[in-house]
Design a protein around this ligand. Structure first.
Ligand code: GDP
Length: 285
């Protein structure tokens, strides 16, 4: 009845909004720490309220702010002279960025376990809004680095796919899929691959990983009779070529690739610094 509705309205306006959590993943030396540090610095000059908290050995939490000029999903039609812009610069939108430190090979396993727990969290406060997967676009020409990076991204996407496909069965998982941004960093380096070819290279490499995995599973199931179709990324069509578009169409997980550079932020010639990534964050909010 009415009292319940009133109670809800009251509670909604008083309770602090749920935090927007983003997880920052990617191979080491991609620039994750540099990115977190940059956002920290930008946020503290904007609000003087940001803080870097070491919550555990495995992850670092930074509460940062979105520049007021970056549109969010809810205000994307706002014009430049909208009075709400002024309000936004007085009261900037905050979000939480989880960096996953560690050394060498540990990074991947720590990042993966952080992703596992955050993407399955029932707590609204730790609800995961998006995954940023950072890559060093100057390092991807190296075959071993490309394979390593694509393997990590493949594993991240597979976890999100399993989450998406199991949703029908378990009601405790939040409704929305977790979108992924491949942050193609270090566009300031003249050896850097442009975002379009970063996408192509990662898709082609993930395709290779997926096909060899499918073959391994087929061989294994010939022995054991086990069915493990959901182990294959992009669902059942492992015959065709893998693409991020296919993943979106078949599983509903959206993967964007956007170029940028932590070094030289705000500089137009370097893929506009980190602006495109902040715009992606805004669209997830
Ligand atoms: P992490 O291991 O992913 O946290 O990577 P770091 O943040 O430690 O960065 C690794 C190295 O890359 C450091 O020397 C950074 O200064 C450098 N780096 C980060 N971002 C950029 C960038 O946009 N351009 C260039 N040229 N170097 C960068």
């Amino acid at each position: 009845g009415i009292p319940v509705v009133l109670h809800l309205i009251f509670f909604r306006s008083v309770a602090s909004p749920p935090s927007s959590n983003f997880l920052l993943l990617g191979p080491s030396t991609a620039g994750k720490t540099a990115f977190t540090t940059l956002l920290e610095a930008k946020s503290s000059s904007a609000s003087k309220k940001s803080h870097l908290t070491h919550t555990s050995q495995t992850s670092t939490l930074a509460t940062v702010t979105l520049p007021p000029t970056v549109p969010t999903a809810s205000n994307r039609f706002r014009s430049a002279n909208d009075p709400s812009l002024k309000e936004a610069s007085r009261n900037p939108i905050k979000y939480r960025l989880w960096d996953t430190p560690g050394h060498g090979k540990l990074r991947a396993s720590q990042g993966i376990s952080q992703l596992q727990s955050m993407s399955h969290s029932k707590d609204a406060k730790s609800k995961l809004r998006g995954v940023m997967f950072m890559v060093d676009t100057a390092a991807l020409v190296d075959e071993a680095t490309l394979r390593d990076t694509a393997t990590y991204l493949h594993d991240v996407l597979l976890i999100l796919q399993k989450r998406a496909l199991s949703k029908g069965k378990s009601s405790d998982i939040a409704a929305a899929e977790v979108p992924v941004l491949v942050a193609a960093n270090k566009q300031d380096l003249f050896t850097a691959l442009p975002p379009g070819s970063v996408r192509e290279k990662l898709e082609a490499e993930i395709d290779r990983i997926r096909k060899s995995k499918t073959k391994g599973l087929l061989d294994a199931s010939a022995d054991t009779g086990a069915e493990e179709e959901d182990e294959v990324l992009g669902n059942d069509d492992a015959q065709g070529q893998f693409s991020f578009k296919l993943l979106e169409e078949e599983v509903g997980i959206k993967v964007d690739v956007a170029g940028g550079a932590v070094k030289g932020d705000q500089q137009e010639e370097f893929g506009s610094g980190v602006r495109r990534w902040e715009e992606w964050v805004g669209m997830c909010l």
